[in-house]
Write a protein that binds this ligand. Structure first.
Ligand SMILES: [Zn+2]
Length: 241
């Protein structure tokens, strides 16, 4: 699905998202969803006139399994380098357990829908990443689109958002979701499965100051009303719980 010129999403229903960012014929993938999304990759690349040989890098917003998805396959079969913030490297390699505690509030329909989607797309057998390079807060990554990294800990210790100012998009991973997979609630909010919700809320201040129109979450549809408004609504949603 095209979101903006040079920006596409894999993951047709917006439950679990992976994004393609193209710059001068080269592509960066942000997040690898669940492994089954790999089968949508060739078609999505073809829609932007590209193929898998144009993919230069995979960057992860954090180390959760529903974002690591097909990373190891890309790395081993295509020799595409994978990177993540240094504080989430061990999680991405499967060396430490998921720091998230419990589900939070749930509604059975949406939760079953998420689990069913995950199971159907191979999310129950995610391969951990054998080798991952790391970046720090404030880095500008040497990958197509040259995103700037802003660390936003809370969902996981190494959760980071990626600002592609060239494309006027901010990829937030699960620092902000626009769809809560556990309740079906829509609109900007702190994502479920967050390890440290208080810290995640504090990290919103780091997103608020980014001047960008389109916010692309790991779960849910694009938010096109600007980062500042997304943060305002995420705070309001948290206060309403
Ligand atoms: Zn997620």
């Amino acid at each position: 699905m095209e979101i903006a010129p040079g920006v596409r999403r894999i993951g047709d229903r917006g439950i679990i998202n992976s994004y393609l960012i193209e710059e001068t014929g080269e592509v960066t993938i942000v997040d690898a969803g669940v492994s089954g999304l790999y089968r949508d990759l060739p078609q999505e690349l073809a829609s932007m006139g590209r193929s898998i040989s144009d993919v230069r890098a995979l960057v992860l917003t954090h180390g959760h399994s529903d974002h690591v998805g097909f990373a190891e396959r890309l790395r081993t079969e295509r020799r595409i380098p994978v990177s993540v913030h240094e504080a989430d490297a061990a999680l991405a390699r499967g060396e430490v357990p998921n720091p998230a505690k419990g589900y939070g509030p749930t509604k059975i329909g949406p939760l079953l829908g998420f689990m069913w989607f995950t199971a159907l797309h191979g999310g129950l057998r995610t391969r951990h990443i054998g080798e991952v390079s790391t970046f720090g807060d404030g880095a500008t990554l040497d990958v197509p689109g040259s995103p700037r990294v802003v660390l936003t800990p809370g969902h996981t210790p190494g959760s980071a958002v990626l600002h592609f100012s060239s494309h006027n998009v901010l990829l937030v991973g699960d620092a902000i979701a626009t769809y809560a997979v556990t309740t079906g609630a829509r609109g900007p909010r702190i994502a479920p499965f967050t390890a440290d919700p208080k810290r995640a809320l504090e990290s919103l201040a780091r997103i608020e100051t980014i001047d960008v129109e389109v916010v692309l979450p790991g779960h849910g549809d694009p938010w096109k009303g600007g980062a500042q408004e997304a943060v305002r609504l995420a705070r309001a949603a948290a206060a309403a719980v």
